[in-house]
Design a binder for this molecule. Structure first.
Ligand SMILES: Nc1ncnc2c1ncn2[C@@H]1O[C@H](COP(=O)(O)OP(=O)(O)OP(=O)(O)O)[C@@H](O)[C@H]1O
Ligand code: SF4
Ligand SMILES: [Mg+2]
Length: 383
């Protein structure tokens, strides 16, 4: 489906990146029109020291040369262990924090250093949904007031606000009577629905979801994920969906980026990441997903990682995963691996890729998304 007419009420266009009628997934190779382009983005947090004069003595490398695009109507899952930079990344994308290097484009506008004035209309198109809806909804405001603020910013008034608030609440599976209640009167899942309604109130194109279901029971997680899926199909939304583990993002993502210590280790169409992980760290994350069937659990290949994540203040110079990787060789400890592009937009930063044949390696090439500091060496296969 191509971009069509706008809905007169919501202003939303028809989805551009329509799902495949058989699989239900959108084309997940990053080839569609880009809504956002992230180019070599860096966020370093200074560490200060000194009693009288504040001196910067080091930096936390929270996001360290990360590049990708987000397509119209696409969901990009972002996964990795605690502290790998997921929240910092999405906060930088919406300009809640400033980046240290690289650039961010929203459609054709470079927003990396855009002024408040330039950002104002763009910020409305990018909304965030947080992990803890309890903390992100003002406990002293009724739901009516929570929804009113973004609707006023959209230029609605009086009866229009009332009608649109009702419509939004009902659209996220709540009842219009809930408008008079306070956030604490709802369950975690209902509060997250309200958080989603508040984000929708701005008519966004892109929603950045920071672990939106991590605090919810598994059955409620599925309901919220289904709601997000429906909204995406209806409104042509793009999502960046952050999660700790790969089980949560599997069914929502078109593509998935796996992060480790501020870097992208693998970026792949979602299903392929599960069936053919190229990076040893991805395999380790997959091994951590519980499988309910004990027989299948016994049969599956497991990659167990040991050891601590190195400090983001002084990250290792070669591959950041080398201290925990069973496949590590000398080159891994010396040279940062480039992001290599294998077939179908499947990228991985590893000197010794898994599940890759000699033929596939022969057709692989360095991706322009590779960090500037990475080496030129092509990967080699180990037995
Ligand atoms: N304001 C800050 N000042 C200094 N360091 C920070 C700041 N915010 C985050 N960090 C550090 O940046 C790194 C990335 O943090 P971030 O919160 O982005 O990780 P995360 O992947 O979202 O983790 P989690 O899964 O626990 O939410 C961590 O080492 C964190 O301690
Ligand atoms: S580059 Fe080396 S250390 Fe890093 S993941 Fe690949 S094999 Fe392991
Ligand atoms: Mg986080």
């Amino acid at each position: 489906m191509t971009s069509g007419a706008s809905d007169p009420l919501t202003g939303a266009s028809e989805p551009v990146n329509a799902p495949d009628p058989v699989s239900g997934r959108r084309p997940g190779n990053g080839s569609g029109p880009a809504l956002m382009t992230v180019d070599h983005l860096k966020v370093l947090f200074p560490i200060k020291s000194g009693l009288i004069i504040d001196r910067t003595v080091a930096h936390v490398h929270a996001v360290d040369d990360v590049s990708f695009t987000i397509g119209e109507g696409e969901t990009l899952g972002v996964v990795g262990e605690s502290g790998c930079g997921k929240t910092t990344l999405i906060r930088a994308l919406v300009r809640l924090i400033n980046s240290t290097g690289g650039s961010i484009k929203f459609r054709e506008t470079d927003i990396t250093k855009a002024s408040r004035r330039t950002m104002q209309p763009i910020r409305r198109e990018m909304q965030m949904v947080f992990q803890d809806p309890q903390a992100s909804l003002n406990p002293r405001k009724r739901i009516r007031q929570i929804l009113e603020t973004p609707l006023k910013l959209r230029g609605l008034s009086g009866a229009e606000i009332e009608a649109e608030s009702r419509r939004l609440l009902e659209r996220v599976g709540m009842r219009a009577e809930h408008m008079g209640r306070y956030p604490h009167e709802f369950s975690g899942g209902q509060r997250q629905r309200i958080g989603i309604a508040r984000a929708l109130a701005m008519n966004p194109k892109l929603i950045l979801l920071d672990e939106p279901v991590s605090a919810l029971d598994v059955s409620i997680q599925a309901q919220v994920i289904n709601l997000l899926d429906e909204l995406q199909d209806e409104l042509g939304l793009s999502y960046v969906f952050v999660a700790h583990d790969l089980s949560v993002v599997r069914h929502v993502s078109d593509r998935i980026a796996v992060m480790y210590l501020g870097k992208v280790m693998e970026l792949s169409p979602a299903e392929e990441l599960y069936t053919k992980p190229i990076h040893p760290y991805t395999s380790a994350l997959l091994s951590a997903i519980p499988i309910p069937d004990p027989e299948e659990n016994r049969r599956r290949e497991r990659t167990v990682i040991t050891g601590e994540v190195p400090s983001p203040i002084d990250p290792p110079k070669g591959c950041r995963f080398a201290s925990r990787c069973a496949r590590a060789s000398d080159i891994c400890r010396q040279v940062e691996p480039q992001l290599t592009e294998y077939a179908d937009g499947h990228l991985a930063a590893c000197h010794h890729p898994q599940h890759i044949s000699a033929g596939e390696l022969a057709g692989a090439k360095r991706s322009p998304l590779s960090p500037v500091s990475s080496g030129e060496q092509m990967p080699t296969l180990t037995s």
